[in-house]
Design a protein around this ligand. Structure first.
Ligand code: NAI
Ligand code: MG
Length: 496
């Protein structure tokens, strides 16, 4: 991985913060890849200044002009795709097949989508609703957006936060996670080369309490967009409330995986392993709780355990590696502690549940883990683990499966597995989640929205729906009578 030449981009200039030192660590080896200095509140102020100054001009650019910049950005990213994949793998511990096959192409596709979407900011048709005015809709940028992104999909999250914001004519100050800033800096530099005016996309770096709070606590931003933990999301919501700042929160999930008794068992087993181990389980939509009809329970558990045991842990740059480390040692220890507590509370580990010994011990690795016997109310079933861990629970009816699936504080994603069309329809209606998959779990597309219900937050990333977050709708009502004496004045004073 090439070390970035600076740790922030403010007004188009790559520079360095003046705060405490931060380390970017390769979690597959424990090696420090890069040391940089965090941005202080003063650095963040400068970034907000830059966004404020650039915002008016960019808001006035035509949709075609904004689209052209986004198209060029997609091409710039395509040109550095392999460097992006290598950097993502190094800083986040992703197997290179995942970075090359999912993170980088998914990010580029999202940029390309917003190049098109920038030219389609739709609204209602103009009409004379009152009979005496023509009503039109304007979709206007909200202003300066302060965004905070997490470390699980650093480039994709930076793209998800940036593209709808700039496509709609906003300026943005973005803070990636302090442990994974590299590909976000590469994105900002690519945006400069693509012709994005200086100051429209600013990147600051550093810890949440220092750099993040200076950004989202500022009364000078018009909107906060956050993806990360529920605890931090609620803290940020309180900061936003103090200023009345518009808010978009994506706070993770605890996706259920519902297996009905008419299922294609092989498909469900494969889906559960892929859906729970993707990105080492550090995916807010990952399959975390499988509710399996009791008649299939033993076969499902043994099928999942066998397939999990075949998954190859290894060095992240090795093409044959299926599963890399967790993104940090801190995250690995959190996952291990949650599994230990589950066992202490009576659950049983069928496979995994260990930190691997040998050559992989230098990294933040954790074995693919299958847990049975956990209670619905237990921590491992109720709380986000964010690791390669799947809990399987037996159920006796469709009613029970759907009720337990909904019985957690989260509502980001869910899947249902069945050959029955009515069961599929029922599950898609009754599962409380922002996304429901039928006979699959995980795939996303740029054209469709991503976002949660309940404790998973509100607002949408991706798709044209994201413009509902990043634009404000203005109603313009123009009198068409030309009369000084308007009929409605009679409600205020006698007009005749
Ligand atoms: P986190 O919520 O602390 O980190 C996400 C982002 O928030 C980072 O950029 C961080 O610097 C920033 N941040 C932290 N404190 C902040 C503050 N006071 N003000 C402003 N920004 C702040 O997540 P963490 O602690 O790294 O991970 C803990 C758990 O959170 C994970 O185990 C997982 O369950 C969940 N999580 C969920 C994610 C999702 O995609 N929904 C992503 C990352 C974590
Ligand atoms: Mg934290």
């Amino acid at each position: 991985m090439q070390r970035p030449a600076g740790s922030h981009v403010i007004a188009g200039v790559l520079g360095s913060g003046t705060g405490p030192e931060q380390q970017v660590v390769d979690p597959s080896t424990g090696d420090t890849l890069w040391t940089y200095r965090a941005d202080t509140p003063e650095d963040v102020e400068r970034a907000i200044d830059a966004a404020t100054a650039a915002g008016t001009g960019w808001a006035g650019a035509t949709p075609a002009e904004r689209s052209t910049v986004c198209q060029r950005l997609a091409a710039e990213l395509e040109g550095i795709a392999e460097d992006l994949a290598q950097a993502e793998t190094a800083q986040a511990g992703k197997p290179i097949r995942l970075s090359r096959g999912f993170d980088v192409p998914g990010s580029i596709d999202n940029v390309a989508f917003f190049a098109g979407a920038a030219r389609r900011l739709d609204g209602m048709a103009a009409a004379e609703w009152s009979g005496t005015h023509t009503s039109t809709i304007r979709r206007e940028p909200v202003g300066v957006v302060g965004s905070i992104a997490p470390w699980n999909y650093p480039l994709q999250m930076a793209v998800w936060k940036t593209l709808p914001a700039i496509a709609a004519g906003n300026a943005i100050v973005l803070k990636p996670a302090e442990s994974t800033p590299v590909t976000t800096l590469m994105l900002a530099e690519a945006a400069s080369r693509a012709g994005l005016p200086d100051g429209v996309l600013n990147v600051v770096n550093g810890p949440g309490p220092l750099t993040g709070e200076a950004l989202v606590g500022s009364p000078r931003i018009a909107m906060t967009s956050f993806t990360g933990s529920t605890a931090v999301g609620r803290h940020i919501a309180a900061l936003a409330a103090a200023n009345g700042t518009r808010l978009h929160l994506e706070l993770g999930g605890k996706a259920p995986f519902v297996v009905f008794d008419d299922v294609d068992l092989d498909a469900a087993v494969r889906g559960a392993v892929a859906g729970s181990l993707i990105n080492a389980g550090q995916d807010c939509t990952a399959a975390t709780r499988a509710y399996v009809h009791r008649s299939l329970f033993d076969d499902f558990v043994s099928g999942v355990a066998d397939l999990m045991r075949s998954v190859r842990l290894g060095p992240t740059r090795d093409e044959d590696t299926d599963l890399g480390p967790l993104a940090s040692f801190r995250q690995r220890d959190k996952v291990a502690a949650m599994v230990e507590r589950a066992v202490r509370d009576g659950a049983k580990v069928v496979t995994g549940g260990r930190i691997p010994a040998g050559a992989l011990a230098v990294g933040a690795y954790y074995e693919p883990t299958l847990v049975v016997g956990a209670d619905q109310g237990s921590e491992i079933v109720q709380d986000e683990v964010f690791g390669p861990v799947l809990a399987v629970l037996p159920v006796d009816s469709d009613d029970e499966a759907l009720a337990l699936a909904n019985d957690v504080p989260y509502g980001l994603a869910a899947s249902a597995w069945t050959r029955g069309v009515f069961r599929a329809q029922r599950a898609s209606r009754e599962l409380v989640a922002g996304t429901v998959w039928i006979n699959d779990h995980i795939p996303i597309v740029s054209e469709m929205p991503h976002g949660g219900a309940k404790g998973s937050g509100y607002g949408k990333d991706m798709s044209a729906y994201s413009f509902d977050e990043y634009t404000q709708v203005k109603h313009v009502a123009s009198d068409i009578t030309g009369l000084a004496r308007k009929e409605w004045h009679d409600t205020v004073f006698r007009t005749r």
